[in-house]
Design a protein around this ligand. Structure first.
Ligand SMILES: N[C@@H](CCC(=O)N[C@@H](CS)C(=O)NCC(=O)O)C(=O)O
Length: 348
């Protein structure tokens, strides 16, 4: 018969106590080593972007990444590392993007990604900021003389897989009792080539992306946008769930850009603005109030964002607005007090 003495029981209790303590210590250290600490330690931000969408994230002739989404990466590098050059850009297509974030391959995803219930919950992701309010549109060849999406019954439609675009399209055609043939591609390059080569009559995607893609056509004047917008596409910066500290950094870096625009602080005048007596501007620039402390960032985090990247309006106009080939109007992306819905909560 197996006899267990009191001493054995005590020893076993002691062992299990040590095991629980070790487990708790490991979990605690994992929790502490969040993305913010990792990025600081690495001295580099790893940011997921598109494979090349003009105005949003694309490389120029020198191979330098540029665009509104690229600025979404840069503001984080400016806030955390004080240097927008400390970024590794990882180009991702629609299907790859979520796995890259979930697996920890990237710290942040800023790639025309729509905030939806499913992605925000079941995929284990959190949408920290909406840098562009968009909607799904249609681009058709001018020579087809189509004036409305309602005339598209029976059309062949080029579309990219792994996007919200697919379900919106199905919904819209069902609702309007029309049929279509989906011509599906994995990358935007293939989608665009399919459209140009006549594999389809129509290309559908987020409207901003259609504007960007059109600039890449051999003859952009051959394509026109239809007036219908068939969905809501709030596009933004995405992080993994369970890392509130990092979520806050990503969210408030964007709000700093928005508040800077609202207060008239730009990359050009930010040094002058440091002399301002306006308490809101002083708080925005980290000269008074909470500074960087509650975000675990240097006190000049928002100054660096504005100095190195600019405010939201500057970034918008430079990349997709009137100072860019896309010439997109501010529309929904104007400030809340200028007819839009971009609204930066108070920084205090
Ligand atoms: N906003 C939609 C669509 C995003 C999307 O991937 N659109 C295509 C447009 S063709 C794109 O950006 N492709 C760029 C790429 O694959 O790199 C979503 O989040 O699902």
């Amino acid at each position: 018969m197996l006899l267990i003495s009191k001493r054995d029981i005590l020893r076993m209790k002691k062992m299990s106590f040590i095991m629980v303590a070790v487990f708790l210590m490991i979990s605690a250290s994992l929790a502490v080593a969040g993305t913010l600490d990792e990025v600081k330690k690495r001295g580099q931000l790893v940011c997921g972007v598109s494979t090349g969408l003009p105005g949003f994230s694309a490389t120029d002739e020198k191979g330098v990444w540029k665009g509104l989404d690229v600025d979404g990466c840069k503001i984080i590098a400016a806030a955390v590392l004080g240097d927008i050059s400390k970024i590794k850009y990882v180009p991702l297509n629609s299907k790859e993007r979520f796995t890259a974030l979930q697996s920890g391959e990237i710290d942040l995803l800023v790639r025309g990604t729509t905030w939806t219930l499913h992605r925000d919950t079941a995929l284990g992701l959190n949408f920290a900021a909406t840098n562009y309010y968009d909607g799904q549109g249609f681009m058709v060849k001018k020579k087809l003389a189509v004036k409305s999406a309602k005339e598209l019954d029976g059309a062949a439609i080029c579309i990219q897989s792994g996007t919200t675009t697919e379900l919106n399209l199905a919904d819209y055609f069902t609702e309007n009792k029309m049929k279509y043939e989906a011509v599906v591609f994995d990358t935007h390059d293939q989608t665009m080539q399919g459209f140009e080569a006549g594999r389809c009559d129509v290309l559908t995607s987020d409207q901003s992306q259609l504007y960007g893609l059109r600039t890449h056509m051999k003859n952009p004047a051959e394509a026109v946008m239809l007036p219908e917008i068939i969905s809501k596409e709030p596009l933004g910066s995405v992080v993994r769930q369970g890392d509130d500290e990092w979520f806050n950094v990503v969210r408030w870096s964007f709000y700093a850009m928005l508040n800077a625009e609202e207060m008239g602080v730009t990359s050009k005048n930010v040094d002058e603005m440091k002399k301002s007596t306006n308490p809101n501007i002083r708080r925005l620039l980290g000269l008074e109030g909470d500074k960087g402390q509650s975000l675990n960032l240097p006190d000049d985090w928002s100054y660096q964002i504005i100095k190195q990247v600019g405010n939201y309006g500057e970034s918008f106009e430079r990349n997709v607005g009137m100072d860019s080939p896309l010439k997109i109007a501010r529309g929904l992306n104007a400030q809340w007090n200028k007819g839009g819905i971009q609204y930066g909560p108070p920084m205090r």
